[in-house]
Design a protein around this ligand. Structure first.
Ligand SMILES: NC(=O)C1=CN([C@@H]2O[C@H](COP(=O)(O)OP(=O)(O)OC[C@H]3O[C@@H](n4cnc5c(N)ncnc54)[C@H](OP(=O)(O)O)[C@@H]3O)[C@@H](O)[C@H]2O)C=CC1
Ligand SMILES: O=C[C@H](O)[C@@H](O)[C@@H](O)[C@H](O)C(=O)O
Length: 309
């Protein structure tokens, strides 16, 4: 099995271009999924988050794989109720994952939720809306992450779900430029303008929900099905290969062994087969009327994204 190619982050560290997503992977399924991904599918990159509530089981899967920690790339994310307590959040992720450092740690969302509200993860106000602290300055969250790099608890730091508007809130005072911005990226939400901005700042994009999230709805797209038939590959290979061809770090989630294996190998072959014209056609689908986001939590604030809502 050929190793999955890596790309270099602005921090100098290498990251495998394909990883395994773990959001909504049930505790009872994720241990064996992670073990299988590492042992049998050549996956070395696992995308986790404190808020997913399954990092302990992900850690068990990592341990069961028997692969040395130094060969793995593990990402976690600081949840919105922990912006004022970044180290506390990261320490819990480290303990759950059974490691003493993260390869990458992200701010999960550029929205701060009340740490003293009516729920530890999703506090709400009496009107049912999320209980957001509007006065918090995102650069203070970023500074805490920079301090964790200095302490050796995290190697690279980045953001997730940040528009240009929110990146501009941290970049002027940042000592460390974010290594990545993890975003919803796929054929129906390619965010071309934001990607050009990120590249101008050396920030690498990471694609979440590359298959359209739960149930992988994007596999039914007409052009994707046509290209898959033409090249004798799976529609998922076209969806993931398209992102990899655009130099985007891609994070498909699965708890199904055959799919985990297919997602780790197929896209690299598909990437080699896709022509410039194929990529241009896939790049143009959203502008031609198929623009769609699948992940739009009810944040009661403007995130500064095009095509939100
Ligand atoms: N930063 C953020 O805010 C976010 C980050 N993420 C990250 O990105 C990851 C991926 O995104 P996610 O939203 O989970 O969705 P994906 O686009 O990865 O789709 C996951 C779905 O596709 C199915 N699937 C996977 N592989 C195949 C295949 N080869 N053939 C058919 N179906 C397949 C899975 O089923 P099954 O598991 O049953 O096999 C699951 O239902 C997350 O798990 C998480 O790590 C996601 C959303 C937001
Ligand atoms: O990483 C996954 C997603 O960001 C997920 O954590 C959120 O969409 C969350 O369910 C929410 O409702 O805000």
């Amino acid at each position: 099995m050929a190793p999955i190619p890596t790309v270099t982050l602005n921090s100098g560290y290498e990251i495998p271009i394909l990883g395994l997503g773990t959001w909504q992977s049930k505790a009872g399924e994720v241990v064996s999924a992670v073990e299988f991904a590492i042992k049998e599918a050549g996956i070395r990159h696992i995308d986790c988050a404190f808020a997913y509530g399954n990092e302990k089981e992900v850690g068990e899967g990592i341990k069961a794989s028997g692969i040395p920690r130094s060969e793995l790339f593990i990402t976690s994310k600081v949840w919105s109720t922990w912006h004022s307590r970044v180290e506390e959040c990261v320490d819990q992720s480290l303990a759950n994952l059974g490691t003493d450092y993260l390869d990458l740690c992200l701010i999960h969302w550029p929205v701060v939720l009340n740490p003293n509200g009516n729920h530890p993860f999703f506090p709400t106000l009496p009107d049912g809306k999320r209980d957001v602290i509007h006065s918090w300055d995102l650069k203070d969250t970023w500074k805490q992450l920079e301090d964790l790099v200095k302490k050796g608890k995290v190697r690279s730091i980045g953001v997730s779900n940040f528009s240009e508007m929110n990146l501009e809130k941290i970049l002027p005072t940042a000592e460390i430029i974010p290594a990545v911005n993890q975003l919803e990226l796929h054929i129906y939400n390619p965010q071309h303008k934001l990607l050009a901005y990120l590249r101008s700042k050396t920030i690498r994009p990471q694609a979440y929900s590359p298959l359209g999230s739960s149930g992988s709805p994007l596999v039914a797209d007409e052009l994707v099905v046509k290209l898959a038939e033409q090249y004798g590959v799976q529609p998922t290979d076209i969806l993931l290969g398209y992102l990899v061809a655009n130099d985007i770090i891609t994070l498909p989630k699965s708890v199904t062994p055959a799919r985990i294996k297919a997602n780790a190998t197929g896209p690299i072959d598909a990437w080699a087969k896709l022509t410039k014209e194929d990529i241009e056609k896939l790049d143009g689908l959203a502008a031609a009327g198929k623009q769609k986001r699948f992940i739009m939590p009810p944040w009661p604030v403007d995130l500064g994204f095009d095509n939100w809502g």
